[in-house]
Design a protein around this ligand. Structure first.
Ligand code: BGC
Length: 285
């Protein structure tokens, strides 16, 4: 099992850009050397909680709600409030982002205080032409393709990941998100749909873990942040998930197989996961 933490070692950046997404709100700009909570500075960032999360079943109440008494740093009922990054601090009832300051207090658009857990299925196949693997002219290595979606919220291309539902197993989330966002069996007849489902179920039993940890996501704040488990499911023969037509689900504008290459610009930390996948499969990068 390959677990890479390289993404987390960098100072987070995407969650320090001037504007917070979906809110037309400016973050306080934090220089790299002031990101760590261990550096003492006078710090008073703006606070934001999006009205879109109010009373949503997937969102926590406000920390100041007297009825709300979460157990942080552990599995709290059905909600996983433990962080892959170790024990996080909680100050004035607010969990502190383990990667440091972001220039914004509150939850922003994220539902949970503290870690918000997602899962990213990286489904890959070889680029084939006339029955043979296509090799890249610069690296002489075969070209890998991954199933990508164009996110509706920001238009960026991304892995078809999503949030882990309360009580859900990450392996279930990985398969569910791929099926919801990128795959459609609705147009086929019942028998074929069943056959396809068996193929996909089997396919999702054979994944390799690529990353587990914090994600430098533009939605992160000082008190709420994204973490993910990314796994690679590789269709080596092109006879399994790789042979199906893709169809964009609700949160996706578009879906397609994208050739993997170092020049790809993808959502959040996704390029870094894709790089790991390319190297793992000895493919062009
Ligand atoms: C996305 C995942 C992503 C995670 C962290 C989720 O909303 O669906 O693909 O890795 O956020 O950025």
């Amino acid at each position: 099992m390959t677990v890479s933490r390289s993404v987390a070692k960098m100072v987070h950046k995407k969650c320090r850009s001037a504007m917070y997404p979906f809110g037309n709100l400016k973050r306080l700009l934090i220089p790299d050397e002031h990101v760590s909570w261990n550096v003492n500075i006078s710090y008073d960032p703006p606070e934001f909680e999006s009205p879109t999360i109010k009373n949503k079943p997937w969102a926590d109440p406000h920390v100041d709600d007297p009825q709300f008494s979460p157990n942080y740093n552990c599995i709290d009922g059905k909600v996983n409030r433990a962080s892959f990054m170790g024990t996080y601090r909680v100050e004035e009832k607010r969990p502190l982002n383990p990667e440091g300051r972001t220039g914004l207090k509150g939850r922003g658009v994220l539902g949970r205080w503290g870690p918000n857990h997602a899962a990213d299925p990286i489904v890959t196949r070889w680029k084939v032409s006339g029955g043979a693997k296509q090799v890249h002219s610069s690296s002489s290595l075969p070209i890998l393709q991954f199933c990508a979606i164009q996110r509706r919220d920001c238009n960026e291309w991304a892995i078809p990941g999503g949030m882990v539902d309360p009580g859900e197993n990450v392996s279930e989330t990985l398969k569910r998100e791929f099926l919801e966002e990128a795959f459609s069996v609705l147009d086929t007849d019942k028998e074929e749909a069943l056959r396809n489902e068996l193929i996909i179920t089997d396919f999702f039993k054979h994944g390799k873990e690529i990353y587990r940890g914090y994600v430098d996501d533009p939605r992160n704040t000082d008190n709420a942040w994204m973490e993910t488990t990314a796994m690679n499911f590789h269709d080596d023969s092109g006879e399994s998930a790789g042979k199906f037509n893709l169809k964009a689900g609700d949160d996706a504008k578009n879906v397609r197989w994208i050739d993997i290459d170092r020049n790809l610009e993808l959502y959040a930390s996704h390029s870094s996961f894709i790089e790991t996948v390319a190297k793992l499969n000895n493919a062009h990068w």
